[in-house]
Design a protein around this ligand. Structure first.
Ligand code: MLT
Length: 256
């Protein structure tokens, strides 16, 4: 799939698109870009018209100097849909991509044709987690993105092959985007109160060996929104699309 770019909200937003069927947007997590989905694209492109953005500050998308919010990242995606003339779409967000998908669904519920949260959560950060993010942002500023690659890789997945892929992906990201996203995640809204207003289908897919965001976070969402479908990805860590691509693709097909 060829990368294309559009100018929106003061940034250049990169995306790829391919496949046939109902539109589905795959929103990557932190600190990756759309290539995090590579292993599931071939499993889904026969079923969906796939749209894969690089969130601002990641991959080939640029960012701004001023601090932004998760909701701004969601607005970038709304602007992309406007540009492409897509009124309604199913959205799947991985981890931070889930935060962006939740912000999109909260702001633009009428545009959502289904929502999948993979290895994600709806609750805001605890004050301790928030503080940790600012400390990491400072470390990245002083020492570079390597700091995050070293600290996160072992927590993202236990599998050596997947670790090599995630580390490589992290090291391709720029400092400004990583710092901007850390602060945006720290300041994100609590989405738990809005869950009960969702009228579209919701799928939660979570690895039971996720060391970064525990599966209890998806169970919490299921309790608040009993109509949501929870898919437990047995043995998966935080990167199920790399660790268990077939099972992850099957979970995403529930949005059809
Ligand atoms: C992610 O994978 O997107 C992040 O680890 C999420 C987070 O740090 O909250």
């Amino acid at each position: 799939m060829k990368t294309k770019k559009i100018d929106v909200n003061g940034i250049s937003l990169a995306y790829t698109r391919g496949g046939v069927g109902k539109p589905l947007m795959l929103v990557h997590g932190f600190p990756f870009d759309h290539r995090a989905w590579d292993s599931v694209v071939s499993l889904l492109e026969g079923e969906y018209d796939l749209l894969l953005p690089d969130l601002r500050g990641f991959g080939e998308s640029t960012t701004v100097d001023t601090q932004y919010h998760i909701a701004d990242m969601a607005d970038d995606l709304a602007a992309l849909l406007d540009y492409l003339g897509i009124e309604k779409i199913a959205i799947a967000g991985h981890s931070m991509g889930g935060y962006v998908a939740l912000a999109f669904a909260t702001k633009h519920p009428q545009r959502v044709d289904g929502l999948a949260l993979i290895s994600s959560q709806a609750a805001a950060d605890t004050s301790e987690r928030k503080e940790g993010r600012y400390k990491t942002a400072q470390d990245v500023d002083e020492k570079g993105v390597e700091v995050v690659a070293e600290a996160m890789t072992p927590k993202l997945t236990e599998r050596a092959d997947a670790q090599a892929v995630v580390k490589d992906l992290i090291l391709r990201q720029g400092k400004a985007g990583v710092i901007g996203a850390l602060k945006a995640m720290a300041e994100r809204e609590d989405s738990m109160p809005t869950l009960s207003s969702f009228t579209f289908p919701v799928v939660l897919a979570h690895g039971d060996a996720d060391a970064l965001i525990p599966i209890e976070k998806s169970q919490e969402i299921k309790e608040a929104l009993p109509s949501a479908q929870l898919v437990v990805l047995e043995g998966a860590g935080h990167m199920p699309m790399l660790e268990f691509p077939n099972e992850t693709a099957e979970a995403l097909k529930l949005l059809k």
